[in-house]
Ligand binder design. Structure first.
Ligand code: ZN
Length: 484
C-alpha cells in the first residue's frame, strides 16, 4: 500500500539523493521543483494525530505539518494546512501518528560491529579486558565508517533523528552523518591511553581540535564536540585541558559521569571526593556538558547538576546489562535537572532501540521506588524528544513540532494488532509501539525513510560490508583465543 498522495513524482527524492551522494538518480530533474509561489512548499506530513511535544503537550487530531527548506512552517489541522499550502510531496496520515524525531543522547555508533562480542561482564572487566583491546586491534577508519553506517541505518529505522556520538575517527563519523542525512553531535574522544586514533590525551585534544576546525559551521546537522572519556581515564589536568579546548571553540563536551560504583570509589581514592564534586572543583561544569549515565549522584550533587545545566543522559538498558545501578531519574527531574535518554553503544545494550529505552526508563523508576506513578508516559516521551533535545543543547532547534523549528519528525504506523484498540496515543507510543512501527522519518525536511524504505543509505552494501568485517574480527578473535 502506498501512502504518498498528491503530486509525488520522485523528483524530490532525486534531488535529495543527489544532494546526499547516496543515489544514482540524476540531479537535473531537480530544477522542475522550483516553487511557483511562497505557498508552494517542499513537504506536507499528515497524521491521524500530531503529538507536538510543545510546552503544553498539544495533540492535534487529523493534523498536518507544512515544511519548507528544512523548517516547520505550520502545524495545524490537515484542512487548514492543505488549504494554505501546496507541497511537492505529501505523506498521507491515515493511521499514522506524527511526533518529533527521537534524540539518542549517548551512543558509540560504530560499536554495532562489536555487538555481542563480550556479554555478561562487569563494566571494568568488560572495558579493560575485552572492549579496549578489541578496539586497539580492530578499529580503524574503515571499521568506523561501516559501523556508523550500520548504526545510522538502525537508528533511522527506529525513528531516531539525532544522536550524540562518542567514538574514534570523528571525521569519518561526520562524513557518514553528512551523507545519511541524520543530525548529530559528534565527539572527538579524549582518553589517556593508546586508542585507535590517538596516542594519549594530549594527542586526542590536538587531533580533536583539528576535527572541530574542519567541521564547525560546515553542515547545520553536524556539531563537532569534545568527548573526554571519563573521570577515571583522564587526570584532572587532562580534563581541564579538554574543557579549555572546548571553551576555545565554544563547543559542548560529552562525557561518562558517575556511571558505576567503581568510578565513585576510584574518584574518592584519587581526589577524596566523588566525580561530580571533583568536576565542580576544577570548574569543569563551566561549559555545556552532556553527561552520560549519572547513576550514582548523591543528594548533594543533584542540585549541582541542575544549577550547572548539565544534560544528563539516562541509559537504562546499558545500566541494567552491566549492572551499573539505577539512576535516580525521578529525583533529578524533580530537582530540575535536564534529562534525556540514550542507548549507549551496541556492545552494552545490544541494540539502538530508543523505544526500549523509553519503556525501561519508566519501568525501572516504578519498580525501584515501588511507585507506579513514577515518571509517567508523557514524561518519558519528553525525555526522548524535547527533554532530550534540551539536555544536548538543541532545545531551541529540535525536539518538538513547532513553527520555526527544524523539521525532524517521524510517522509511527498505528496499524499493528498491538495498536488495537488505542485509547491514549501517548500511552501507546511509550508502552506499546516499537521500532518496527516507525513508518517514515524526516530530518531537516528530507524524507530519509519512506514507509520503512530507507532512502539515504545503501543498506544492501552496508549489510555486506558489515558481515565481511565481522567475519574477519571473529576469525582473529578465534585465533587469539586459541593462542591463549
Ligand atoms: Zn558510553
Amino acid at each position: 500500500m502506498t501512502r504518498i498522495t498528491s503530486c509525488f513524482t520522485g523528483i524530490f527524492f532525486a534531488a535529495f539523493l543527489a544532494a546526499c551522494g547516496a543515489g544514482e538518480t540524476p540531479s537535473e530533474t531537480a530544477a522542475t521543483t522550483t516553487p511557483a509561489s511562497e505557498n508552494d512548499i517542499d513537504l506536507i506530513v499528515n497524521g491521524s494525530h500530531i503529538v507536538t511535544m510543545d510546552e503544553v503537550g498539544t495533540i492535534i487530531e487529523n493534523g498536518a505539518i507544512a515544511i519548507d527548506d528544512g523548517v516547520i512552517l505550520a502545524v495545524g489541522s490537515a484542512d487548514e494546512v492543505t488549504a494554505k499550502y501546496s507541497a511537492a510531496v505529501t505523506l498521507d496520515g491515515e493511521r499514522r501518528i506524527v511526533m518529533p524525531g527521537i534524540v539518542n543522547g549517548h551512543s558509540h555508533a560504530a560499536m554495532t560491529l562489536l555487538r555481542g562480542v563480550a556479554d555478561d561482564l562487569a563494566l571494568m572487566d568488560w572495558l579493560q579486558n575485552y572492549i579496549f583491546p578489541a578496539e586497539v586491534e580492530f578499529v580503524d577508519a574503515e571499521f568506523v565508517r561501516i559501523g556508523t553506517e550500520l548504526a545510522c541505518w538502525e537508528m533511522i529505522r527506529g525513528g531516531t533523528t539525532t544522536f550524540v556520538d562518542m567514538y574514534y575517527y570523528p571525521d569519518t563519523i561526520a562524513q557518514v552523518v553528512e551523507d545519511c542525512g541524520m543530525r548529530a553531535l559528534i565527539s572527538a574522544t579524549v582518553i589517556d591511553q593508546r586508542s585507535p586514533d590517538a596516542e594519549n590525551a594530549d594527542d586526542g585534544i590536538r587531533k580533536g581540535s583539528g576535527f572541530i576546525e574542519r567541521w564547525q559551521n560546515r553542515n547545520s546537522r553536524i556539531t563537532p564536540i569534545f568527548g573526554p572519556h571519563a573521570n577515571y581515564t583522564l587526570n584532572a589536568g587532562q580534563l581541564a585541558a579538554t574543557r579549555d579546548a572546548a571553551m576555545k571553540y565554544g563547543v559542548p563536551i560529552s562525557i561518562h559521569l558517575s556511571e558505576s560504583p567503581f568510578e565513585v570509589q576510584n574518584s574518592q581514592n584519587t581526589y577524596g571526593m566523588t566525580s561530580i564534586e571533583h568536576f565542580e572543583s576544577i570548574g569543569f561544569f563551566e561549559g555545556p556538558t552532556i553527561a552520560a549515565h549519572v547513576v550514582w549522584p548523591t543528594q548533594e550533587e543533584i542540585p549541582i547538576l541542575a544549577e550547572r545545566r548539565v544534560g544528563v543522559i539516562h541509559n537504562p538498558t546499558s545500566n541494567m546489562k552491566i549492572a551499573s545501578g539505577i539512576a535516580p531519574i525521578t529525583e533529578m527531574l524533580e530537582a530540575g535537572v535536564l534529562v534525556g535518554l540514550g542507548t549507549d553503544g551496541a556492545a552494552s545494550n545490544n541494540d539502538l532501540d530508543m523505544w526500549e529505552e523509553m519503556r525501561l526508563a519508566a519501568f525501572l523508576q516504578k519498580v525501584d521506588r515501588m511507585d507506579p506513578t513514577a515518571i509517567p508516559a508523557t514524561t518519558v516521551l519528553r525525555m526522548a524528544t524535547s527533554g532530550g533535545a534540551a539536555a544536548i543543547g538543541l532545545g531551541d532547534t529540535i525536539g518538538s513540532l513547532e513553527v520555526g523549528k527544524r523539521a525532524d519528525l517521524i510517522q509511527v504506523a498505528f496499524e499493528d494488532v498491538h495498536h488495537v484498540p488505542t485509547y491514549d496515543v501517548v500511552s501507546h507510543l511509550v508502552y506499546v509501539s516499537d521500532e518496527q512501527d516507525v513508518a517514515s522519518v524526516i530530518i531537516e525536511g528530507k524524507v530519509v525513510m519512506l514507509e520503512r524504505k530507507i532512502t539515504s543509505i545503501d543498506t544492501e552494501r552496508v549489510a555486506e560490508e558489515a558481515t565481511a568485517l565481522a567475519a574477519r574480527i571473529q576469525a582473529a578473535l578465534k585465533e587469539r583465543n586459541e593462542a591463549n
